[in-house]
Ligand binder design. Structure first.
Ligand SMILES: O=c1ccn([C@@H]2O[C@H](COP(=O)(O)OP(=O)(O)O[C@H]3O[C@H](CO)[C@@H](O)[C@H](O)[C@H]3O)[C@@H](O)[C@H]2O)c(=O)[nH]1
Ligand SMILES: [Mn+2]
Length: 755
């Protein structure tokens, strides 16, 4: 097919960044000057300078990693219209299995899953080439019944409606929301009438779900279709697989829809999302065996109905198939709070780091909104592409487990004989599918270690992507307009902190494992600049230690009456001042160029400090304490809320105010704030004293400024000291933090007097 394509399906366009490179280099040189200054004066000063030197060396190292990532940005532009022209008939397109994972019907309400599934079912693609599989780790009849059975009924109306009128947003909650204004006046009577009907039907569906969720009773008595759900515990139950909708080869019907809740038993590790993805891979292999797999988190609905066509442009358009393993769409969020108060919307991150890594071996796999090739998930290397020989097949045989049907489908996948034959009957494979979804199936196989999604990290996405890059594959990021998928972003302090903690934990687990990118670069095919990009990401947890130490320095110096920054009269002071100014102007310009506000920039700067020193610190400790059995790294599911729950759009001031709870995760931040409030006051008082009382070693303006800056960074905590309810830091947390702050300051004083 590729040979008949003449117009390019995608283009790789280098992005100009001379100015950025210049600022990057300037900052790098300023960092080097600071290090030189430290080295020259190290012997005149004590431990504080050594500590400062170590921290600044780490910051410089991190900066080199950032510089490497941003140096050669590229943009991939896809042309779906060329795809349709080239193939003439859309029927020639490959089939795609679409996976949705969900784990908890409370944190991930059924209405969210309904919308994601509906948006997937309604994409612009021949429907008989699509199958949607929903994995439910919560084993909830609510999810099964509403997200799938009821949704598939509604889909019978919704999908034809979307296609007939070429609706752009195919998640109904979004389409019918008020901020999605449609000029109904210039539309036909017929359209208005049908739209009204859709809206009524959708509201009816919502109402049913609401009632069931509130009563928290199962939607039915456990008979018939639901018998399997009776007396299940979410962590201990047999496999449940249900074919909700079967497409009998009709291009304009609905895509196949299958519900899977893999078996779980207390004594078997289930490997969280990675385990779910592997079960999905196996079950779908038996049922539809599409050569491409799209996976989304349950909250990531399709926002651009052409998304599969965009992905196909890259996957079919790469010169040799052997190049590109996966196509990653960025995580974009809907209805995020205004100006990103939690600093977690990642707009600027995707803009610079995303396009930057695209110019290296390719973007990281982000766990959602990504198209994979099935054979690569089965462990294929670029070298093996040309010949699928007996040895390779034997190899697969030994790894994939003892299901004959699965082995056969895997061989088909490797040989390129994939896709659903016409009149394919899903039910005929259900028995084999139950078998491969058992929790015992993976014993003695290589699932999670050599094929599929990889185990051992709570960021299974990064680990899986790294293993793919390690084999020499590339990846591409695709950022169509409008964005391909939209999802939820945490909009509360506790949720956001827990998510960041999980990431830091998972990333550090990878760094300390066999999968460490440094080995992959030395002994496998991970390109060294890509390796550096991974090192940047995987060291998030370690950064917390250096930042925390650096934050302790000004406080220590003020109490101990020493200094770690050049004094006002020293010309060397220009170095940190210039560094501070250049860095902030530079990051600010990044935000402005990405269309973000000054407030968003500041919120992100501030939250970067809070996240690094607090959430990542917890991630660091949970990894460090794991070998001693003092901690367990678990995948804590992020709470998802529809915008209506949080006051729509988040313009109101209260919604963007930081929230707290009783979690110990808020102790260190409160401690840092209390320490710096104290030292700020102490140093301001000292600055008032006549100069005669100052010897040249005493703390100076630099330290005072640092303390002040940290207080500003922790300003949400400051407000939390006086806040009420969820906006206030609990009294017990304040008490613990005050004790810690006192002990720290006391210790500073003691060591200073001894020294
Ligand atoms: O035991 C589990 C736990 C989670 N999930 C699903 O995994 C997805 C991601 O979980 P979520 O709580 O939303 O985590 P986020 O932090 O929002 O997810 C980001 O980070 C994860 C890695 O930590 C990636 O897997 C995700 O794709 C990425 O969006 C959701 O659909 C969950 O239902 C499961 O299926 N089984
Ligand atoms: Mn999520």
């Amino acid at each position: 097919m590729a040979s008949t394509i003449s117009l390019p399906l995608y283009e790789k366009i280098p992005r100009k960044n001379a100015l950025q490179r210049t600022s990057d280099i300037i900052i790098f040189f300023l960092l080097l000057s600071l290090l030189t200054y430290r080295l020259l004066h190290l012997k005149n000063h004590g431990t504080t300078w050594l500590l400062a030197f170590l921290c600044e060396s780490w910051f410089t190292f991190t900066w080199v990693l950032v510089l490497n990532m941003k140096w050669n940005p590229v943009i991939f532009k896809t042309h779906p219209d060329h795809l349709l022209q080239a193939t003439g008939e859309p029927v020639e397109l490959s089939s795609v299995d679409m996976f949705v994972t969900t784990a908890d019907p409370v944190l991930e309400p059924p209405i969210i899953i309904v919308n994601t599934v509906l948006s997937l079912l309604a994409v612009d693609y021949p429907t008989h080439k699509l199958a949607c599989y929903v994995s439910d780790d919560g084993c909830s009849p609510l999810t099964y019944y509403y997200s799938l059975v009821e949704a598939s009924k509604f889909a019978q109306l919704w999908v034809p409606f979307c296609k007939k009128y070429d609706i752009q947003v195919r998640a109904p909650f979004r389409y019918f929301s008020n901020d999605h204004v449609i000029t109904l006046s210039d539309s036909t009577k017929e359209f208005q009438h049908e739209r009204k009907r859709m809206k009524d039907e959708y509201q009816h569906l919502c109402h049913k779900i609401e009632v069931a969720v509130q009563k928290s009773v199962p939607p039915c008595d456990f008979t018939g279709d639901f018998a399997e759900f009776s007396s299940v515990e979410c962590n201990n139950h047999p496999t449940i697989i249900k074919v909700v909708w079967e497409n009998k080869g009709l291009p304009d019907g609905l895509p196949q829809l299958v519900y899977i809740s893999r078996e779980k038993q207390h004594k078997h590790p289930h490997h969280y999302k990675a385990g779910a993805m592997n079960a999905l891979t196996r079950v779908s292999a038996l049922m539809t065996n599409a050569p491409y797999m799209l996976n989304v988190d349950c909250d990531m609905f399709v926002n651009n109905p052409k998304v599969i066509l965009h992905a196909m442009c890259v996957l079919l358009g790469s010169k040799s198939e052997s190049e590109i393993a996966f196509v990653q769409f960025p995580q974009v969020f809907y209805d995020g709070l205004k100006d990103d108060p939690y600093g977690n919307q990642m707009v600027v991150l995707y803009e610079y780091i995303g396009h930057g890594t695209a110019g290296l071996q390719g973007p990281f796999y982000a766990g959602t909104g990504c198209f994979h090739r099935r054979k690569i998930i089965y462990g294929l290397s670029p070298d093996n592409m040309a010949s699928i020989n007996g040895k390779l097949i034997e190899d697969i045989f030994s790894k994939i487990g003892n299901s004959k049907e699965l082995t056969k489908s895997a061989i088909d996948a490797l040989e390129g004989k994939t896709g659903t034959p016409p009149n394919h009957n899903l039910h005929s494979h259900i028995e084999a599918a139950y078998k491969v979804a058992d929790c015992g199936y993976e014993y003695g196989t290589s699932w999670g270690t050599k094929l599929g999604w990889f185990y051992g990290s709570t960021t299974e996405d990064i680990q899986t992507g790294l293993r793919i890059h390690k084999r020499g594959w590339r990846s591409v990021n695709c950022m169509p307009n409008p964005p391909a998928f939209l999802g939820c972003v945490p909009s509360s302090g506790p949720t956001s902190m827990i998510q960041q903690k999980r990431w830091a934990t998972g990333l550090l687990e990878i760094l300390l494992s066999k999968a460490c990118p440094i080995f992959s670069s030395l002994f496998a095919k991970l390109q060294w600049r890509q390796c550096l990009a991974y090192v940047w990401l995987l060291t998030w947890g370690l950064r917390s230690i250096f930042e925390l130490c650096y934050a302790a320095l000004p406080a220590y110096c003020i109490i101990a009456d020493s200094h770690f920054l050049p004094k006002v009269q020293e010309p060397a002071l220009y170095v940190p001042v210039a560094l501070f100014l250049t860095y902030n102007i530079y990051t600010l310009s990044e935000y402005l160029r990405a269309g973000q506000s000054v407030q968003a920039w500041w919120n992100n700067q501030r939250m970067a400090r809070v996240t690094t020193m607090i959430a990542w610190l917890f991630g660091f400790f949970s990894v460090m304490l794991k070998p001693f059995g003092l901690s367990e790294t678990v995948f804590e599911v992020t709470q998802k809320e529809l915008s209506s729950d949080i006051g729509g759009g988040g313009d109101d001031d209260d919604a963007s105010r930081f929230t707290f709870n009783k979690s110990p995760i808020f102790v260190p931040g409160t401690t840092i704030l209390l320490v710096h409030l104290t030292t700020l006051i102490v140093s301001l008082l000292k600055l008032q004293l006549p100069p005669a009382n100052h010897d040249t070693h005493g703390s100076g303006l630099g330290e005072t400024f640092c303390s002040g800056w940290l207080v500003l960074c922790f300003w949400p905590y400051f407000k939390g000291l006086f806040g009420k309810g969820r906006h206030g830091i609990p009294k017990a947390t304040i008490f613990k933090s005050a004790t810690l702050a006192f002990l720290f300051l006391y210790w500073c004083r003691r060591t200073a007097m001894v020294g």
